[in-house]
Design a binder for this molecule. Sequence first.
Ligand code: ATP
Ligand code: MG
Length: 434
Amino acid sequence: MPMGTYRVSPRGQGPRHSLWSLSESSVKEEEGEEDEGARRCLTPFEKLTTDMCRDEKTIKELTVGRRVGFYKVRGEIGAGTFSKVKLAFHALTKDKVAIKILDKTRLDLQAQRLLSREISTMESLQHPNVLRLYEVVETPSRLHLVLEYAGGGDLYTRITTEGRLHDALSKIVFAQVLSAMKHLHDNNIIHRDLKAENVLFTCQACVKVADFGFSTKVKSRSEILDTFCGSPPYAAPELFRDESYLGPAVDTWAMGVLLFFMVTGTMPFRADTVVRLRRCVLEGTYSLPTWVSAPCQRLIRGILRMDPSERCALDQMLGCEWLLPVEITRPLPPFQLNPRYLAEAGPGELEEEEEEVKAALEQLGITSEHIINNQGKGSRSPITGVYRILLHQGQRKRGVETPPMIRGVVKDPKRDSLRAYRSLRHTSKLCILA
Ligand code: ATP
Ligand code: MG
């Protein structure tokens, strides 16, 4: 949100005025009320928006990128091919968020299209294991995706530093990824870049599928795709064969590679160049260590089939023997992404959880009038950002994101060997955009 979008009275807002609707003339007419305004205590929302226009320190922080919209930016927590990801705090709610920062000068038309898909995909998914998007903030040079913060790091870093996951944790993590991917496919969304780096831990055993930059919406699951994207070590053979492909089967293959990586700490197909990797994948030979449990081996072999039509479907995975002891997470009951309904609801029309969010917004100084005057901006509104953060806070308190339970924990010895994959993961993301 560019700073100029905020229009604030020179002395702060009276409670009768919407921050967004105050015009220059109305500012002049109210000169006489100056003393009254100065005496009145500003709400946190008024104070913040006033500071963003008038306080030198805040303006400087906004200019140098130490602040982005309503967020105070801290250090870098991740980097991808297209972005930097930084930790930040919401200035009003104090919640931690992650801000994915993209340099607009490096975004050609194609990249802009991918970015708008990333945003619309995240907004169309409501699942405890899909990373949430709170807000989009645009400045003259950058685009910022304000995301739910996943403080436990990514699965790739976890495995490369601590070794492979033991069998019980593998089940819990894979069950969550599976449930998230099923939700995507049920909504006709194909991820196309599923890999350990894009699975993030929010706590010890709770994971979120992230990075929807290559995602696409298909009309039906049998739609043929011909845009080749993803990361080579996770790419299905049909992608290496330069064939058009079916989206769900390509995601499924990546899930097989991911599962192999989780339970062994190594990649099924390893090579130090993409050409050699291609050969490995097209030969389709990999060796599973004997200590991987038989039910898990069967699942991996069922997924990593060369012929996409023979590949284990997600529903089959859900019923497989290896996952039997795990409770599978379910999509969230639908909720509103836009706070307008809070302002329009009559007495008694809101659920308890929604009343709580409305009260929390009002406590910060965000009234129904602000919400109504905020229409049409969707995720590009700081009011939507605060609303989504508070709503998520309430949902978490109600336990909607508790990781699945499992009976009988089995510990396996740890393992290593990631050199070949490490050398490849930063080279050549496959992305031949048709
Ligand atoms: P690539 O296309 O190379 O996968 P990208 O530019 O699309 O990367 P992301 O994958 O979204 O960017 O993020 C890059 C890294 O930043 C992730 O692998 C992760 O380590 C970290 N990261 C991203 N989002 C979050 C988050 N919400 N919380 C914590 N860390 C995050
Ligand atoms: Mg990524």
